[in-house]
Design a protein around this ligand. Structure first.
Ligand code: ATP
Ligand code: MG
Length: 230
């Protein structure tokens, strides 16, 4: 372990359905970390029919990448909102252009990324997960009918609000998203090669402890023992 505690400045990379949202929820429970998910932010904007939501809607429905400039300004403003705290990026950056823009923003904020987690889950388990997945749009909470069902069918555990199927969780759109992921993953992992670690597993329960020990070993932080601000 390092002898000084570093803030969490984390990026999760993984194919659609690899469990980025699930791992993010667990990290939020165990570390004091803000979760910035581009997909969750886009879905909220689409539900609210904001200007951004209207521009992004068709791309998301088709499983295509939303144009870089929209995402870059969205995440820049989120990073300013969370301030100098621990944060975790999920779903952004997804292109080298986005990565370069993010690097520039983080240099200005003096908050460089210090850990990139590459989630590796076999593809045959992923499609079934996507088909069984329901989400709570306002919070981004993810449920799975087979291994993580809501307490009351169809309702969010915390708010009691209705759950939704993501319109892009169909086999056809999933294929587009998977191809998209494979096209972008290698250049992105190369870009961050000095801070990337691979974690492998069939289930989120197998993967989570590996992420936690990477955080403990590399950033010197223990779960439940995290300063909120730096
Ligand atoms: P999962 O949530 O299952 O891990 P995913 O990675 O495909 O799957 P999200 O990250 O929720 O899903 O993204 C959903 C959609 O939002 C993408 O298919 C894309 O249309 C859009 N999107 C999200 N992040 C970005 C980004 N950084 N750049 C461009 N488009 C994005
Ligand atoms: Mg997600």
């Amino acid at each position: 372990p390092t002898n000084s505690i570093q803030p969490l400045r984390l990026l999760l990379i993984g194919c659609p359905g690899s469990g980025k949202g699930t791992q993010s929820s667990r990290l939020q429970k165990n570390f004091s970390v803000a979760h910035l998910s581009s997909g969750d932010l886009l879905r909220r904007n689409i539900t609210e029919q904001s200007a951004l939501g209207q521009q992004a809607q068709q791309y998301v429905a088709d499983g295509k990448l939303v144009p870089d400039d929209l995402l870059i300004s969205l995440i820049d403003s989120e990073l300013l909102t969370v301030g100098n705290t621990n944060w975790l990026l999920d779903g952004f950056p997804r292109t080298i252009n986005q990565a370069k823009a993010l690097d520039a923003t983080l240099n200005k904020l003096m908050q460089p990324l210090n850990l990139v987690i590459n989630l590796q889950v076999p593809e045959d388990v992923i499609l079934q997960r996507i088909m069984d997945r329901w989400i709570h749009i306002p919070s981004g909470r993810v449920y799975n009918l087979s291994y993580n069902p809501p307490h009351v069918p169809g309702l969010d555990d915390i708010t009691g609000e209705p759950l939704s199927k993501r319109p892009d969780d169909t086999p056809e759109v999933f294929k587009v998203r998977l191809d998209q992921h494979h096209a972008m993953a290698t250049p992105l992992l190369d870009h961050y090669h000095d801070v990337v670690v691979d974690v492998k597993g069939n289930t989120s329960d197998e993967i989570y402890p590996q992420i936690e020990s990477e955080i403990v070993n590399r950033l010197g932080v223990l779960p439940g023992n995290m300063p909120e601000a730096f």
